[in-house]
Design a protein around this ligand. Structure first.
Ligand code: AG3
Length: 274
């Protein structure tokens, strides 16, 4: 049988992948969840018909959403991840010796369960003793935990449905307050091609709250356009001041000391958004 999964990446553009098997499908209280086995990307986590992560390219996204910020901070000890129920970001964060605790605050417990069952390569660190899983609304969690974290990572879905509030200026202010004095936050902020005004608006909002705002890029083939943005807000440290010679090697496949520098080099069409 010829089975294809389609994601409408925009209302006028589709990515389509041949599916070998649907491993899991359920309607959670928050969204529709599926785990597919695809030919090109291997196993794939899909939420509300949108590709979240795949075995083939997850390392790019998960390494970049974590190591750039963690290696910018002199000594990250307490880390919060909002969203990211698949556990990929947790897996990267626990590689850092200085980290004592990583709290994963995911609104939908079904994502954690499905990842544990079907995506062990991604979820493997969820059982790590540095990791604490909290099934709750990230917005509530940051409001209840002021002046607490060294690093906050927003590993969200697209800004529709459950994640909408995670892209608002009010939320960035709550994040600022939930970080301690030297805190850094980083968020996945979508495509510079197809979400240019969103990228622009987020950069402006974050710049209004944090003393330092930086945008960096990575290539995630399964996401719209491939080229992906991450926005960082920092109270003290500048990622460009990091002595990259001193970055410890952590068995990464995309992130490297040279990438720590080069990911901040922006093509003019992206620079224009800032
Ligand atoms: N977070 C989703 C990034 C957005 C993907 N968008 C899309 N495919 N249209 C990924 C979660 C992985 N931990």
């Amino acid at each position: 049988m010829d089975l294809w999964f389609e994601e409408y990446q925009t209302k006028d553009m589709v990515i389509s992948c041949r599916v070998l098997r649907t491993l899991h499908q359920e309607k959670t209280p928050f969204q529709e969840l599926a785990v597919l086995d695809t030919v090109e990307f291997g196993r794939m986590l899909v939420l509300d018909d949108v590709i979240q992560t795949t075995i083939k390219d997850e390392f790019v996204y998960h390494e970049m959403i974590t190591h750039v910020a963690l290696n910018t901070h002199a000594k990250p000890v307490k880390v919060l991840i909002i969203g990211g129920g698949d556990g990929g970001a947790v897996r990267e964060v626990v590689k850092h010796q200085s980290v004592e605790k990583v709290v994963l605050c995911e609104i939908d417990g079904a994502v954690v369960e499905a990842s544990k069952k079907y995506l062990p390569e991604i979820s493997c660190a969820l059982e790590n003793n540095k990791a604490e899983i909290v099934i709750d609304d990230g917005i509530k969690h940051v409001r209840n935990n002021k002046n607490t974290y060294d690093i906050i990572i927003i590993d969200s879905t697209d800004p529709v449905g459950p994640a909408e509030g995670l892209f608002s200026a009010a939320f960035y202010k709550d994040i600022f307050d939930s970080l301690n004095e030297e805190g850094i936050f980083v968020a996945q902020t979508e495509s510079p091609f197809f979400n240019d005004s969103l990228v622009q608006r987020i950069f402006k909002d974050v710049s209004g709250i944090f003393p330092l705002t930086r945008l960096f890029l990575a290539n995630v083939p399964s996401y719209p356009g491939g080229l992906w943005t991450f926005t960082m807000g920092s109270k003290k440290y500048d990622p460009l001041d990091v002595d990259i010679e001193k970055i410890e090697s952590m068995n990464t496949k995309y992130y490297s000391p040279a990438i720590h520098r080069s990911c901040f080099i922006l093509p003019p069409f992206v620079k224009k958004l800032l």
